[in-house]
Design a protein around this ligand. Structure first.
Ligand code: AMP
Length: 281
C-alpha cells in the first residue's frame, strides 16, 4: 500500500492505477477505523480492481464547538488495517494540503443540507459535500463506497453527484453494529462504560419502531412518538431528533407507503451519536 500525502501524488497514482481499464474504488474516511469502515473496503475490493481510501479529519464539517481537535486519530493502526484489507492507495493529506490559504469555495446541496443533522449542525453537510467533491476530483474513482450509518450524507452525496454530473457510482453498505446493537462509530470511543450502556437507547428505539411497523402501524406520527417514548425512559441521554423521512428528499413523511428512513440523533454525555433504519413494506 502506498501512502500519498500530496494532491499531486494522489492524482497521478490514481491515474496510473486506472490504466488498462481497471475499475478504481474509493473509500473516504476520517480514520479511527472500525469494522464499519472495513466493510466498505471489503465491498470495494469485491467490485473494483484497485481500491483507494482516504483518511482526513475534515475541519470544515465540524462546528466551532464540536470535537475537531479531539476527534480520535490512530493513523498507524489505521494504516495497518487498510494494508491488511488490500487497499493499494491511501490518501492522507494535511489540512493545509486540502485547503489552500484563503479558500472560499464551497459545494452546497441546498435544502437537503438543512435537514436531520444539518439542522442541529449548521454547515456540517456543506463541509462534507465540499471535501467529498474535492476528493472525487483528485481521485476520479469509478465507484465510491459510503455507509448507510450516515443516511442523510448518502442522500446528499447522491444528489450532489447527480446535480454536478460527477459520474461516480455511489455504493451504500449496511450499518455494521456491535453484538448488542450499538452502531459502530469512531465516536463510541468517547463513551464511559455507563454511557456505552445508555447509548443502546438509540438502537432500542429503532427496534421498537420496527416492531410496531411489522405489527401493521403505518402512521409516522405514532411510530415517531413510540420511538421518542423509549428515550423518555433513558433520561441521561438527550434526544436531538427522532424523525421519519423520505430517504431521498429527507422530508418528513406522514404515513409509510414507500421505504421510509427512521433517523435518530442523541447526545450521550457530550458525545453525539446517530443511527437509523429503513422501513419498507
Ligand atoms: P467516518 O470516518 O465516520 O467519516 O466514516 C467514513 C465512512 O464509513 C462513511 O461512509 C460512514 O457512513 C461509514 N461508516 C461509519 N460507521 C459505519 C458503520 N457502523 N457501518 C457502516 N458504515 C459505517
Amino acid at each position: 500500500m502506498r501512502v500519498l500525502e500530496t494532491i499531486q501524488q494522489m492524482r497521478s497514482s490514481c491515474e496510473a492505477a486506472r490504466q488498462g481499464e481497471k475499475r478504481l474504488g474509493f473509500v473516504p474516511t476520517m480514520g479511527a477505523l472500525h469494522e464499519g469502515h472495513l466493510s466498505l473496503v471489503r465491498a470495494a475490493k469485491a467490485r473494483c480492481q484497485v481500491v483507494a481510501a482516504s483518511i482526513f479529519v475534515n475541519p470544515t464539517q465540524f462546528g466551532p464547538n464540536e470535537d475537531f481537535s479531539k476527534y480520535p486519530r490512530s493513523f498507524e493502526r489505521d494504516q495497518k488495517l487498510l494494508e491488511k484489507e488490500g487497499v493499494e492507495l491511501l490518501f492522507a493529506p494535511s489540512v493545509e494540503e486540502m485547503y489552500p490559504e484563503g479558500a472560499v469555495t464551497f459545494v452546497t446541496v441546498e435544502g437537503l443540507s438543512e435537514r436531520l443533522c444539518g439542522k442541529s449542525r449548521p454547515g456540517h453537510f456543506r463541509g462534507v459535500t465540499t471535501v467529498v467533491s474535492k476528493l472525487f476530483h483528485i481521485t476520479q474513482p469509478d465507484l465510491a463506497f459510503f455507509g448507510q450509518k450516515d443516511a442523510a450524507q448518502v442522500a446528499i452525496i447522491r444528489r450532489m453527484v447527480l446535480d454536478l454530473n460527477l459520474g461516480v457510482e455511489i455504493v451504500v453498505c449496511p450499518i455494521v453494529r456491535e453484538a448488542d446493537g450499538l452502531a459502530m462509530s469512531s465516536r463510541n470511543a468517547y463513551l464511559s462504560q455507563q454511557q456505552r450502556r445508555s447509548a443502546l437507547v438509540l438502537s432500542r428505539s429503532l427496534a421498537q419502531v420496527k416492531k410496531l411497523f411489522e405489527q401493521g402501524e403505518r402512521c409516522a406520527g405514532k411510530l415517531g412518538a413510540a420511538g421518542r417514548q423509549v428515550f423518555s425512559e433513558e433520561p441521561s441521554v438527550r434526544l436531538d431528533y427522532f424523525q421519519i423521512v423520505n430517504p431521498e428528499t429527507l422530508e418528513p413523511v406522514e404515513s409509510i407507503s414507500a421505504p421510509a428512513l427512521v433517523a435518530v440523533a442523541a447526545f450521550v454525555g457530550g458525545t453525539r451519536l446517530i443511527d437509523n433504519i429503513v422501513l419498507a413494506n
